[in-house]
Design a protein around this ligand. Structure first.
Ligand code: G3H
Length: 251
């Protein structure tokens, strides 16, 4: 699973040019064709409808970087889960460290947005990760506590197991020159995966984000379910190389 959030780096046309390039690379890539790699992209809201056209009948999926807690109503400037689903989003990011640090999103907000995502039939890309570098046991314990908390308002009663994507993003590795060390990532992600497997209400997978780029998935192997890329996916050729790595891992 290779996901990319564009955050707010690109303009509108730049986003569409990039999405077109990624769609072409992914849909022609042997790893995607063979079903061993999946790709999703998360552009800014105003580019979603055009991204839907680019991704129509394609192997790649798309989603949004945020959603409202409520499904409809007097919430100026917000975008609801049902709206995103109607546009064709499959994924929506919830709880990113930048939303928490820059926009005051609390645990309560993350709980409400996670519940809203599930209500709309969207797969939450639930971002969790420790603020400061620590040991893998402590990091995993904190992540599992945050996942449990984020899921605590979700209603799973009316459907079969819902898909959930956990993005493990140590906050100290976001926007850094390099990712966390592969052994550290692998240890934390294996523990998160063990927790996800113990829950039956959802089917959870864990991907790593935080300065991830070319070479990392080869180092991590199958200890993670994929990568959540930021800056290092701005060059579409980097995404192609990462898909090459995924293909090589599956051999
Ligand atoms: O959403 C993506 C992550 O926050 C990682 O971003 P980054 O690779 O630019 O550090």
């Amino acid at each position: 699973m290779i996901g990319v959030s564009l955050k707010m780096y690109f303009g509108y046309q730049q986003t569409l040019d990039w999405a077109t390039a990624i769609e072409k690379i992914a849909s022609e890539h042997p790893a995607v064709k063979a079903g061993v790699a999946e790709v999703f992209i998360l552009p800014s809201f105003p580019a979603l409808e055009s991204t839907a056209s680019i991704c129509a009948d394609s192997a790649i999926s798309f989603g949004a970087q945020n959603l409202a807690e409520a499904d409809a109503g007097a919430y100026t400037g917000e975008v609801s889960g049902p709206f995103l689903a109607e546009v064709g989003c499959r994924y929506v990011e919830v709880g990113h460290a930048e939303r928490r640090a820059l926009f005051g999103e609390t645990d309560q907000v993350v709980r409400a947005k996670t519940a809203a995502a599930f209500r709309a039939g969207l797969t939450p890309v639930l971002c969790i990760g420790e603020l400061e570098r620590t040991d893998p046991d402590s990091a995993a314990a904190l992540c599992i506590r945050d996942i449990e908390d984020a899921l605590s308002d979700a209603d799973f009663s009316n459907r079969g197991p819902a898909p959930l994507l956990v993005a493990y993003e140590p906050q100290w590795a976001i926007g850094a020159p390099a990712p966390a060390e592969p052994a550290y990532i692998a240890d934390v992600c294996q523990k998160i995966r063990g927790y996800l497997e113990s829950r039956t209400e959802f089917v959870g997978r864990v991907i790593y984000g935080g300065s991830a780029g070319v070479g990392l998935i080869t180092a991590l192997g199958t200890t993670v379910d994929g990568l959540f890329l930021g800056r290092f996916a701005h060059d579409p050729e980097a995404v192609r190389k990462i898909l090459d790595e995924v293909g090589e891992l599956s051999v």
